[in-house]
Design a protein around this ligand. Structure first.
Ligand code: HEM
Length: 412
């Protein structure tokens, strides 16, 4: 495709800071998004597995995984918006064309996602004590929720994939010279690529389980927690199995993806990024195997952050593939986007992200961490309360400056 046609689709206003900032933030936030998606899918599957069984341990695990799946669903959606913003800023010619070509699905995405989330909540509200009863109410809601979430993920996959094939856009827009403006067709997809990212749910949720079984050890003997050492040992062993077999499955799907790359993407198979991705996956599984003999120590917590590093590496590799196609094959260079520098919004973004976000998340994580390990009622320490107070003040200050700058610009 003529690269000038692609450049002509760019926003004439330019971008408000250097494109490399958007590129890095896009990769990092997508890694967070997909990690949340993977925990959500893994926790939903484990919930269903337990809810459909009569086994006490599986049901107890389902009771724990159900709120994880609900929470991770909101987090996945929340964290999906960030890469959406970055991808549409620097890749707008590709992203919007891909969206318009399948517009019906882009709008449908919101409806399908809303129904999926509602179904998850219906199941959650009707099954709060799966671990203490043998009755499961309305399991169909959870089944349908998982299916619809997969449809939502598939739509995202198609939009991301179609943007990599600009040479085919015209044939999709006007097949045999006849315009198709319906937006009803999903034109291109790669099943192995989609399944590869989804299959990582198994090792990622496995890493969560390894941390879970360590985290709840201090609650042993606490009747409200309803956990035994045998249950936690079983959860740890299950987590290890998911990491090992899920890891092998993901590697196999990755190989299938590499073997079926279309012509414009074959450079990626055998490239340095493919090898880095593969070696990182194997190292992650190997590290988890080593932790197997340290399950009752703090090392059990390390599996999840090591998994997070793996997801970031895979996100970089995925970006390298996009870069190789758009720049290497089509000559489109993200880095020469016109910059219309806006220091205020750039500084505001980082201050909000690091200070307001940092303080607030630190407070919530500290409180949740300690509350979960406390027998009886938990009261935060003075130091933690102080962090909460700083977090609140940072939010108030943010709102004040938000309206102040708004009024200033409006009055000028
Ligand atoms: C409001 C909800 C969501 C938003 C805004 C969102 C946003 C995004 C964006 C922007 C990308 C592409 C990132 C890029 O190209 O750099 C993406 C990729 C992806 N998302 Fe989401 N997402 C959402 C929900 C979900 C859900 C529920 C799933 C569940 C399965 C999911 C699974 C995926 C997958 C598998 C990819 C990778 C596609 C590929 O590269 O082939 N997303 N998402």
């Amino acid at each position: 495709m003529d690269v000038q046609a692609l450049y002509a689709l760019r926003d004439v206003a330019g971008v408000p800071t250097h494109p490399v900032v958007f590129l890095i933030l896009g990769v990092v936030t997508w890694a967070l998004h997909i990690a949340a998606v993977q925990i959500m899918m893994g926790a939903s599957a484990l919930t269903l597995w337990g809810a459909l069984s009569q086994d006490a341990k599986r049901r107890r695990l389902a009771q724990s995984m159900l709120p994880v799946s609900k929470f991770m669903l909101s987090l996945a959606v929340f964290l999906g918006v960030a890469p959406l913003l970055f991808v549409q800023v620097i890749y707008d010619p590709f992203w919007y064309t891909s969206n318009v070509l399948s517009a019906w699905w882009v709008i449908g995405f919101i409806v399908i996602l809303t129904v999926a989330a509602l179904l998850n909540m219906v199941f959650y509200n009707n099954n709060k004590s799966l671990g203490t009863t043998l009755k499961t109410t309305c399991p169909g809601a959870m089944v349908l929720s998982i299916v619809l979430l997969l449809v939502v993920g598939f739509i995202m996959h198609v939009l991301t994939y179609q943007m990599l094939l600009p040479e085919q856009w015209m044939s999709w827009y006007a097949p045999n010279g006849q315009l198709d403006t319906s937006g009803k067709v999903l034109h291109a997809y790669s099943l192995p690529r989609f399944l590869f990212f989804i299959s990582l749910s198994a090792p990622v949720v496995g890493a969560v389980l390894v941390g879970y079984q360590r985290y709840y050890r201090p609650r042993l003997g606490d009747e409200t927690a309803n956990m035994s050492a045998a249950y936690l040992d079983w959860v740890g062993a299950l987590g290890m199995k998911l990491i090992t077999f899920g890891g092998v499955l993901s590697v196999a799907l990755g190989a299938w993806w590499m073997l079926t790359l279309p012509e414009t993407m074959t450079f990626f198979a055998g490239s340095i990024w493919m090898w880095i991705g593969l070696v990182s996956m194997l190292l992650f599984v190997a590290f988890a195997q080593w932790v197997r003999s340290h399950m009752n120590t703090g090392w059990a917590y390390a599996v999840l952050p090591v998994g997070a590093v793996l997801v970031i590496i895979l996100a970089i590799a995925k970006e390298a593939l996009r870069w190789g196609v758009l720049y290497g094959v089509h000559g489109y260079n993200v880095m020469d986007y016109k910059i219309n520098m806006d220091w205020y919004s750039t500084i505001m973004f980082f201050v909000t992200f690091l200070v307001v976000g940092g303080l607030t998340i630190t407070y919530i994580v500290l409180v949740a961490w300690h509350a979960g390990q406390t027998k009886g009622v938990y009261t935060p320490s003075a130091a933690i309360t102080k962090v909460g107070r700083y977090a609140l003040w940072s939010i108030v200050l943010f709102m004040v400056q938000f309206f102040a700058i708004g009024f200033y610009v409006w009055m000028r």
